[in-house]
Design a binder for this molecule. Structure first.
Ligand code: MRU
Length: 339
């Protein structure tokens, strides 16, 4: 199985996603600052994977701390939690995982400090293991929505690389493929950072899943030709009403899918649902470095002086989403996740 995030006994090993598909190398992180840097620079990316990495970042902070009492270590952990939380604003899994780690630290006042360090590491590993289990459950639920001979279009990377392993939207595709239901996966290139061509296509090759890579602009054309049976994507944050933030371009695909009468599905674990946010209007959308749009693969393709707008995500209104596939089952519009 592809393992983008793993604890190697003393450090966090991250499969460096900035080097894929050309090189498969791991980046070791021995401090929370290195983990924060890896999240910021997309060495590790994808909402669930960011959460898992950040949880290990907190466990590393506990190991780094020179404090000799619980109050002291808590100060160091808060600094790490704030630093890790400042890396990327949109994926709620990051804040969900950091809050879970904070709760463990707060509940461990009675423990000796080494036991607290061990407890935090166990919690990070539990978050990782639970994510894989959730993805497998999601895959089984979602595969039932894929028709035999299904031709699926996906955007960005919501596969094993974006999670602790197996994937969300990618997990549904994987599970449907394991059941012999997938005829073809259309993989959107996903400008500007190319998570589709660099990462999803790499996963498809590795798993032997039939696929065809298209430029983002080709999606409407393949839908019009009748070559797409369903669209499935992941999510970075889902509001209480089902409005969903995901990689820039997702909203456009949902509009296109509705126009062509094609079902549009989202797959995400419950940790991606943010009950504190009523609608997508309140979701903070990360804006990234203009250089991502100014060039391709490090080569400049636009005038150096052209002003650039580079939102990393957009929000798809709940009404355009035919189903939200979670580890607890498939939800339909109008969405109500409280149960
Ligand atoms: O900027 P990225 O690569 O972190 O964006 C990732 C996405 O938009 C994914 O679709 C989303 O996080 C779901 S990952 C299971």
């Amino acid at each position: 199985m592809i393992s983008p995030v793993r604890w190697d006994g003393s450090r966090l090993a991250l499969l460096d996603q900035t080097r894929l598909p050309v090189e498969e190398v791991e980046k070791p992180c021995a401090s929370w600052q290195e983990v924060a840097d890896a999240i910021r620079t997309l060495v590790v990316r994808g909402a669930p994977a960011i959460g898992v990495a950040a949880a290990f970042g907190v466990a590393l902070a506990a190991r780094q701390s020179r404090a000799d009492d619980w109050e002291g270590i808590l100060v160091d952990l808060e600094e790490a939690i704030n630093g890790l939380g400042a890396t990327r604003p949109t994926a709620v899994n990051l804040f969900w995982a950091l809050e879970r780690m904070r709760r463990v630290a707060l509940a461990s006042r009675a423990l000796p400090l080494d036991a607290l360090r061990g407890r935090l590491l166990d919690e990070a590993q539990a978050i990782l293991d639970e994510d894989i289990a959730a993805n497998r459950a999601m895959g089984a639920c979602g595969a039932a929505l894929v028709p035999d001979g299904g031709r699926i279009l996906t955007h960005c990377n919501a596969g094993a690389l974006a999670t602790a392993g197996y994937g969300t939207a990618g997990g549904v595709i994987r599970a449907a493929h394991e059941r012999g239901k997938v005829a073809l996966v259309w993989v959107d290139e996903t400008r500007p950072v190319m998570q589709g061509s660099r990462l999803t296509a790499w996963e498809m090759v590795k798993e032997g899943i039939p696929h065809r890579l298209i430029s983002d602009g080709a999606a409407a054309f393949v839908m019009k030709r009748g070559d797409v049976d369903l669209v499935i994507t992941g999510a970075d944050r889902i509001a209480a009403n089902g409005d969903t933030a995901n990689k820039i371009g997702t909203y456009g695909l949902a509009v296109l899918a509705r126009h062509h009468g094609i079902p549009f599905y989202v797959a995400a674990p419950f940790s991606t649902i943010d009950p504190a946010i009523a609608t997508g209007a309140s979701i903070v959308i990360e804006e990234r470095d203009p250089a991502e749009v100014r060039g391709v693969g490090g080569r400049q393709t636009a005038p150096a002086t052209s002003p650039i707008f580079n939102p990393a995500f957009d929000v798809t209104p709940a009404g355009l989403i035919g189903a939200i596939i979670t580890e607890r089952g498939v939800f339909r519009f109008p969405y109500n996740f409280a149960q």
